[in-house]
Design a protein around this ligand. Structure first.
Ligand SMILES: Nc1ncnc2c1ncn2[C@@H]1O[C@H](COP(=O)(O)OP(=O)(O)OP(=O)(O)O)[C@@H](O)[C@H]1O
Ligand SMILES: [Mg+2]
Length: 474
C-alpha cells in the first residue's frame, strides 16, 4: 500500500513536472522570442535607414553639384542666387518622396528656405541634429511635420523625415553648408513595418518550433519514466512474493535442522536403552531405563523449545539478551553430544578459560550456534579424530572486551573455493544435510553483535572462530 502511494505521488509529481516545464519553457522561450525580435528588427531597421540616408545624401550632393557652385553658398548677396536654389528645389522635388529643403551655412544660420522665407537669416545653431551635420555626419530626424509651423496643408498629416546633409566644396573639401531635406517617410515606414513583421514571424516560428520540440522530448521522457516506474512496481511486487517464498523455505529448512540434532540424540538414547535391555536385568535395568527416558524427555523438550525458537526466528525479532556463561553452556552442549562422539569414535578436548566473563547474549541463539558448529565438526571428523573447543578472553585497554570461542577439528577441512559458500542458505555436501546450520549460526552470531570466521585448522581440519562482545553485563 505504501509503495503504491509513493508511486502514485511520484506519478503526480511527474505530471506536474511536465506542466511546470510547459509553463516555464513557454515563459522563457516567449521572453527569448521577444528579445530576439527586438534585437534583430532594430539591427535590420538601422541598416535600412542608414542606407536610405546615404542614398538620399548621395543623390542630393549630385544634384547640388549640377545646379550650384561653392559661391552660391558663401556669397553675401543672397538675392541673385535665390532662383538657382528654387530651380534646384523644383528639380529635386521631382523625386517622389522629397518635399522641400532648407539650407544653412556652416554657422547654423539659414541661408535659404523653401516655404517660410522668414527663416532666412535666423540662427539654428542650437539644433543638435544640425550641429551633428555641421560636424560632417548625415543625420536624420524622424518627426511629424504637422507639429511644425512650416508645413503646407497637403503634408500636414504625413510622417516626414528631416535629413541633414553636409555639402562640401569639390575643390577644397571644406564645408559649404548643410541642406535640411524634408522627405516623406511613408515608404520607409512601410519598409520598417514589413521588416518588423518578417522578423517577428521568423522569431515566432523559431520559438514555437523550439517549444514544441522541447515539450515533445520532455513528454516522451515523462512517459518513459512512468513506464519504468510501473515496471519497477511490478518487479517490486514479484520480488516481495519471491522473498516471501524464500522466507517460507528458509523457515522450513531451519525447523528441520533445529529438530534434526535432538532427534539424533533421542535415537542414540533409545539405542542405548535397547542395549541396556539386552545386557542388564532387575533394578539395574530399571535405573538405566529411567536415566535414558529422562534423557529422551529432555531432548523432546529441547526439540519443542527449538521449534518455538525457530518459529520466533522467522519473525523479525531482536535477541533477548541476558548475561550468559558461555563455558557452562558449552559444557551442557557437549554433555548432550557425548554419546554421539562416543559412537563416532571421536575424542573431545575442552580447553575452557576459567575466568571467562559472562557475555550479554541470547542464550537460545548461542546454544543453537554451538550445537550446529560442534555437530558439524563431529560429522566432518573421521574415527580416531579429535574436536577441540577453546574459549578465552580478548582484552582491550586493560579490560575484557570480547570472548573468543574456537571449534577446531581434525576432519577433512573445507576447500578454499567452497569456504565462501558454507554460509549460503541450503549449501550442503551431506546427503541428509539441510545446509541451514551455518547460515543460521552466522545470523545468530551477527544478531548478537558477534563475528564468525572460518579457516584451516592446524592439522588440516576446519576451524571456526566466534567472537562476541562482552557487553554491559561486566
Ligand atoms: N567442520 C567442518 N568441516 C568440514 N566441512 C564443514 C564443516 N562445517 C561445515 N562444513 C561444510 O559446510 C556445509 C554446510 O554446513 P551446514 O551446517 O550449514 O549444513 P549441513 O551440516 O550440511 O546440514 P545440517 O546442518 O542440516 O546437518 C556442510 O555440508 C559441509 O560441507
Ligand atoms: Mg550442519
Amino acid at each position: 500500500m505504501k509503495v503504491a502511494a509513493k508511486i502514485n505521488s511520484f506519478l503526480f509529481q511527474q505530471a506536474s513536472l511536465t506542466t511546470r516545464f510547459a509553463v516555464h519553457s513557454l515563459i522563457c522561450i516567449g521572453i527569448m522570442t521577444v528579445a530576439l525580435w527586438f534585437l534583430v528588427s532594430n539591427y535590420l531597421i538601422n541598416g535600412i535607414l542608414r542606407r536610405e540616408w546615404e542614398t538620399t545624401a548621395q543623390f542630393v550632393r549630385t544634384e547640388v553639384r549640377e545646379f550650384l557652385t561653392a559661391e552660391d553658398f558663401t556669397t553675401k548677396d543672397r538675392k541673385p542666387v535665390g532662383p538657382k536654389f528654387a530651380a534646384l528645389l523644383r528639380h529635386i522635388t521631382l523625386m517622389p518622396d522629397i518635399l522641400r529643403f532648407n539650407v544653412y551655412n556652416p554657422q547654423g544660420v539659414a541661408i535659404w528656405a523653401a516655404v517660410d522665407k522668414k527663416l532666412v537669416g535666423r540662427s539654428f545653431a542650437d539644433n543638435d541634429k544640425l550641429q551633428e551635420a555641421i560636424q560632417g555626419k548625415v543625420v536624420a530626424n524622424m518627426s511629424f511635420l504637422s507639429q511644425k509651423e512650416n508645413v503646407s496643408e497637403r503634408d500636414s498629416s504625413k510622417k516626414v523625415v528631416e535629413v541633414f546633409i553636409p555639402i562640401y566644396s569639390e575643390v577644397t573639401r571644406e564645408l559649404l553648408g548643410v541642406m535640411e531635406i524634408h522627405k516623406r517617410a511613408d515608404s520607409i515606414d512601410r519598409d520598417i513595418r514589413e521588416a518588423r513583421i518578417v522578423v517577428l514571424l521568423g522569431a515566432l516560428c523559431g520559438g514555437l518550433l523550439l517549444y514544441l520540440s522541447l515539450f515533445a522530448i520532455v513528454r516522451q521522457a515523462a512517459r518513459k519514466i512512468k513506464e519504468q516506474e510501473e515496471n519497477l512496481l511490478k518487479v517490486q511486487s514479484d520480488l516481495v512474493a519471491s522473498q516471501r517464498m524464500a522466507a517460507v523455505g528458509e523457515i522450513a529448512a531451519a525447523v528441520a535442522h533445529g529438530i534434526g540434532n535432538p532427534l539424533s540424540s533421542i535415537r542414540a538414547a533409545a539405542q542405548v536403552a535397547k542395549l541396556d535391555f539386552d545386557e542388564c536385568e532387575g533394578p539395574d535395568l530399571q535405573q538405566k531405563t529411567l536415566t535414558t527416558l529422562d534423557e529422551i524427555i529432555q531432548q523432546v523438550d529441547r526439540v519443542q523449545k527449538r521449534m518455538r525458537g525457530l518459529l520466533n526466528f522467522a519473525k523479525p525479532m531482536e535477541p533477548r539478551q541476558t548475561p550468559v556463561e558461555i563455558n557452562s553452556l558449552l559444557s551442557d552442549i557437549v554433555d548432550v553430544l557425548r554419546p554421539r562422539f562416543a559412537e563416532a569414535g571421536v575424542s573431545l578436548q575442552l580447553d575452557l578459560e576459567k575466568s571467562l566473563p559472562k557475555a550479554q547474549l541470547d542464550a537460545n541463539h548461542v546454544e543453537q550456534i554451538f550445537m550446529g558448529l560442534i555437530t558439524n565438526a563431529l560429522e566432518a571428523t573421521p574415527k580416531g579424530g579429535r574436536v577441540t573447543i577453546r574459549t578465552h578472553t580478548l582484552t582491550g585497554n586493560g579490560s575484557a572486551t570480547n570472548v573468543h570461542i574456537c571449534i577446531e577439528d581434525t576432519g577433512e577441512g573445507i576447500p578454499v573455493d567452497s569456504r565462501e559458500r558454507v554460509f549460503d542458505p541450503f549449501f550442503t555436501t551431506k546427503p541428509d544435510g539441510t545446509g541451514i546450520g551455518l547460515p543460521l549460526a552466522k545470523k545468530f552470531v551477527e544478531r548478537n553483535g558477534g563475528k564468525i570466521i572460518v579457516s584451516d585448522g592446524i592439522s588440516g581440519g576446519a576451524k571456526f572462530d566466534v567472537v562476541f562482545p562482552v557487553g554491559r553485563s561486566n
